[in-house]
Design a protein around this ligand. Structure first.
Ligand code: AMP
Ligand code: ZN
Length: 354
């Protein structure tokens, strides 16, 4: 079964052709364009700019994905194109959550292709897509996640714990009461005059600092809600505390504060993850989303879970599948395969996991 997947929820325009065999998803071809360079200039994503870029990038991205998948040069003659299209079984697209203008571009193009090519259309929740990045074949980590699983989705807009049942149903368990983990990193990076996306800049400085100052304990910032059993997070206080550090502690370098911020976020996420597995008893734990690209978080969570819950398998996608990509959307579609009449599909910017 081959699925053509489209992801356009924010500033990445991504298209992938994926196929599923023996419980894992293989990426046949995958092309991602991004308007990040324009957002670096403004220090964050400008929705109108992101949506316009989606319009510019989507058509060439689809063409390139198909060209690479079938190793032909497109545009090509009608018989070649028809032959390629006949090999696609379904189209998957991100329905939400995301920026309305960006989502609309992907959704309307997917609906049009499904109608004119006569293919089933599978709408996908972007956050569920992030989870299924763990089902993409990865030579570095050949095991497929066992279900039921517990997922921690940490991105620029979301920090959520979810349960994935043996039937692949995803249920919300807890999440942030205010800022998401990535949002907190991005805002703290701004306080430190670091470039967008702030999480990446903080990670780079923090790693440098840790490598040169292994003896320093990073403990100047609070770890909100870690003394409560709740699976909720609250990251806004961390941003306020960081602002105070920046204003009041002239003795601390930028890289020291970056390391303090990263460590506080990692400690909160790891501590809550340990609470979550204690109550849910999953067979595997999935760490996904843009913040899952963070090395310190990947290593610390993996080793903490191994130490406290050795029977739970830890999975996190290859870094290229942590940030927004269409392969994960195709991967999720491989496991749910619930199509909708294209005419009825609407972008849903506020879509939630229930
Ligand atoms: P997403 O919303 O899933 O596209 O992820 C974007 C978020 O991930 C932004 O808040 C980034 O700052 C954050 N991010 C990306 N890479 C890293 C990293 N290596 N360490 C920490 N945060 C990161
Ligand atoms: Zn995302």
């Amino acid at each position: 079964m081959k699925i053509l997947a489209i992801e356009s929820s924010c500033d990445e325009t991504s298209v992938a052709l994926v196929s599923k065999s023996s419980g894992q998803v293989e990426v046949v071809s995958h092309v991602t364009a991004t308007s990040l360079a324009q957002h670096i200039q403004t220090g964050g994503v400008v929705p109108e700019v992101a949506a316009r870029s989606q319009l510019d990038y989507l058509h060439p991205t689809i063409t390139q994905t198909l060209s690479e998948a079938f190793q032909v040069r497109l545009p090509s003659g009608q018989p070649v194109l028809e032959n390629l299209i006949s090999q696609i079984d379904a189209i998957a697209v991100t329905q939400g959550p995301g920026l309305v203008g960006s989502l609309l571009v992907g959704v309307e193009v997917a609906k049009t292709l499904a109608l004119i090519w006569g293919k089933p259309l599978i709408p996908i929740n972007h956050l569920e897509g992030h989870l299924y990045a763990c089902f993409i074949k990865d030579p570095a980590s050949p095991k497929t996640p066992k279900l039921p699983a517990l997922g921690l989705i940490v991105s620029g807009g979301h920090s959520e714990f979810v349960h994935i049942g043996e039937d692949h149903q995803v249920k919300f368990l807890g999440g942030t009461r205010d800022d998401a983990a990535g949002e907190c990193l991005d805002k703290c990076a701004r306080l430190l005059n670091l470039p967008y996306p702030g999480g990446v800049a903080i990670a780079r400085l923090a790693e440098e600092f840790r490598n040169n100052n292994r003896e320093i304990k990073l403990s100047t910032l609070p770890r909100p809600l870690t003394h409560e059993e709740t699976l909720d997070f609250s990251f806004s206080g961390l941003k306020v505390a960081t602002s105070r550090l920046v204003q009041e502690r002239d003795d601390l370098t930028t890289s020291r504060i970056a390391a303090e911020v990263e460590q506080a976020v990692v400690d909160v996420l790891v501590s809550k993850s340990l609470v979550s597995v204690k109550t849910q008893k999953p067979k595997s734990f999935l760490l996904v989303g843009g913040v899952a690209a963070n090395n310190n978080l990947r290593k610390t969570l993996k080793s903490s879970l191994k130490a406290h819950h050795p029977l739970i398998d830890f999975h996190t996608p290859a870094v290229e599948y942590c940030t927004d990509n269409a392969a994960m959307i195709g991967a999720r579609a491989c496991f749910i395969n619930q199509s909708i009449n294209p005419i009825e599909l609407k972008a849903d910017p506020g879509q939630k996991i229930k």
